[in-house]
Design a protein around this ligand. Structure first.
Ligand SMILES: NC(=O)c1ccc[n+]([C@@H]2O[C@H](COP(=O)([O-])OP(=O)(O)OC[C@H]3O[C@@H](n4cnc5c(N)ncnc54)[C@H](OP(=O)(O)O)[C@@H]3O)[C@@H](O)[C@H]2O)c1
Length: 278
């Protein structure tokens, strides 16, 4: 297979570049091609002639999206449409990364792929609109929703917690938002397998299990052998520009149909900590 990855310099992109060894891979960051530039996207896709395009490029600063709405939609929605149009004209299939933030978080059981989108943030809206437009341009594309990514080589929650834990005796972390942490390496492996299986439609891909950010932080500190005390606080006490879903656990049912079982987030965290120390 020939694969073109947009967003190869990001958290997930780096894991994809590292894990995807058995096919012909070309990875691009925003410096090589800005996905807002439809003509450039078209040229690079025509020149590469990939079987799959993995679209991991996005403006992912959830709070930044609230104050930069035009940028959020230009990259996350319109950029995605540029990639889908180029893919369609050149016989490639698109694997698009989407987010748990397309949901409002009002459910109390895992979100299924067919559940109603109702994003609460600009970032979530830009992803939800991208999903809808992509399915119009290329109904056979794959949309993989994931959540709470962590991995080496970029900013992520465990890395932030460990840096703070090194200098503070206590840490306050929100306990009223529940989701599932996902290790980029495990997500990358699932993406590779799904592309090989010629996946189509919407699929949810996260590590298994669920927790609050507070529980995640507790496990990070404990597993890393730190003594910092982690204290639960409410989202109201830690106000952020973008509203987050209270509950955004994604169901594994869609992934099981492809015979893929994801490791637990605790197991993934242990492997991340090992990788971080290497
Ligand atoms: N992080 C999460 O918790 C999370 C959760 C759910 C879903 N997702 C989705 O998963 C995917 C990967 O996320 P991530 O955390 O790996 O992202 P990330 O680390 O923020 O990396 C973003 C990537 O997108 C590229 N990019 C940004 N703007 C671009 C533009 N205008 N044109 C071309 N490339 C551009 C960046 O390139 P440069 O670095 O070269 O600028 C970088 O390679 C994204 O679609 C994201 O929305 C992430």
């Amino acid at each position: 297979m020939k694969v073109l990855i947009f967003g190869a310099t990001g958290l997930l992109g780096r894991a994809l570049m590292q894990e995807w060894t058995s096919d012909e891979i070309r990875g691009l960051g925003s410096r090589e091609v800005d996905i807002r530039d439809g003509a450039k996207v078209q040229n690079v896709v025509a020149e590469t002639r990939p079987d799959w395009i993995v679209l991991a490029a996005a403006y992912t600063d959830v709070d930044g999206c609230e104050s930069n709405q035009a940028l959020a939609f230009a990259v996350n929605r319109d950029g995605a449409v540029n990639v889908a149009n180029a893919a369609k004209q050149n016989g490639a299939k698109v694997f698009f990364l989407s987010s748990d933030y397309v949901f409002d978080g009002k459910k109390r059981s895992p979100y299924e792929v067919g559940d109603q989108r109702n994003p609460r943030s600009v970032y979530g809206r830009s992803k939800a609109e991208a999903e809808i437009r992509l399915l119009e341009v290329m109904p056979e594309c794959c949309i993989a929703r994931t959540s709470w990514l962590f991995g080496v080589g970029g900013k992520c929650f465990p890395d932030t917690i460990l840096k703070l834990a090194a200098s503070r005796p206590t840490l306050d972390v929100v306990d009223d938002q529940h989701g599932c942490p996902t290790y980029c390496v495990d997500l990358a492996r699932a993406i590779i397998e799904l592309c090989r299986k010629d996946v189509s439609g919407i699929v949810h891909v996260t590590n298994s299990g669920e927790c609050s950010w507070f529980e995640f932080a507790q496990e990070i500190v404990k597993t890393a052998g730190e003594s910092t005390e982690v204290r639960p606080v409410s989202s109201r006490q830690m106000a952020r520009p973008a509203p987050r879903p209270e509950y955004s656990v994604l169901s594994a049912t869609s992934l099981r149909q492809y015979g893929i079982q994801m490791p637990s987030w605790q197991d993934a965290l242990r492997r991340y900590l090992e990788e971080r120390h290497r």
